[in-house]
Design a protein around this ligand. Structure first.
Ligand SMILES: CC(C)(COP(=O)(O)OP(=O)(O)OC[C@H]1O[C@@H](n2cnc3c(N)ncnc32)[C@H](O)[C@@H]1OP(=O)(O)O)[C@@H](O)C(=O)NCCC(=O)NCCS
Length: 179
């Protein structure tokens, strides 16, 4: 795994012209668009987000959907993991969301994704729901979705996490809970 020097990383908001780049990233990493969450289809290349580049190479993204005063994370993916890049990207996303009046950030991950469950909970997210058996319904819409996930765990359920943001969270540094 190549080590990415922090000073060579650029995080910026995605633009409409990034759509082909995001689409090919989704092809490589997620089996292509659309994604299925709660039986709803999402096309990340058409949604707002933040992109991480290392020397012009796209190495990660956080794509979200705006839902009035809430934001749902649709894709959060870092190619070279465990180097602190995801924490940095998530912190930037949360701080900017709070500044822009967002009051809740939420997301879905599947029951096998123990690493993501750890990652989010260590950074201030809490569990807020579970859709038992939702993966079978998602597979009816997108048959290529895998049956067996991380650590050999059958992919069955959609687990929901949230972070509630209070007014002033940016000023009082509550986002600092994101280590
Ligand atoms: C979840 C994900 C986005 C996190 O991104 P990341 O860049 O790996 O995140 P970080 O490197 O900041 O943190 C991951 C872990 O590595 C550790 N870490 C950070 N820098 C490190 C370093 N230099 N050396 C060793 N470990 C390090 C962090 O402490 C963290 O561990 P923790 O969760 O126990 O606190 C990434 O793992 C990923 O793309 N996963 C696959 C897709 C996915 O599951 N997305 C989330 C579901 S929506």
């Amino acid at each position: 795994m190549p080590h990415r020097t922090e000073s060579d990383l650029v995080i910026r908001r995605s633009e409409a012209s990034d759509a082909p780049l995001v689409r090919s990233f989704m092809e490589e990493r997620w089996g292509g668009e659309p994604l299925v969450i709660n039986c709803k289809l999402y096309h990340p290349s058409t949604l707002p987000g933040f992109l991480v580049f290392h020397k012009d190479e796209l190495i990660g993204c956080l794509i979200y959907e705006l839902q009035e005063a809430e934001r749902e994370i649709i894709v959060f993916e870092i190619v070279d993991r465990h180097q602190g890049i995801g924490s940095r990207l998530l912190r930037q996303f949360i701080v900017e969301a709070a500044k822009e009046g967002c009051r809740r950030v939420h997301l879905m991950t599947t029951n096998d994704n123990l690493d993501a469950l750890r990652f989010y909970q260590r950074r201030g997210f809490t569990l807020c729901g579970i859709r038992l058996g939702a993966s079978a319904a998602a597979r009816e819409i997108k048959p290529s979705l895998i049956e067996t996930g991380d650590y050999g765990i059958p992919v069955r359920d959609e687990i929901l996490l949230e972070m509630v943001l209070q007014e002033g969270d940016v000023d009082n540094g509550a986002a600092a809970c994101l280590c």
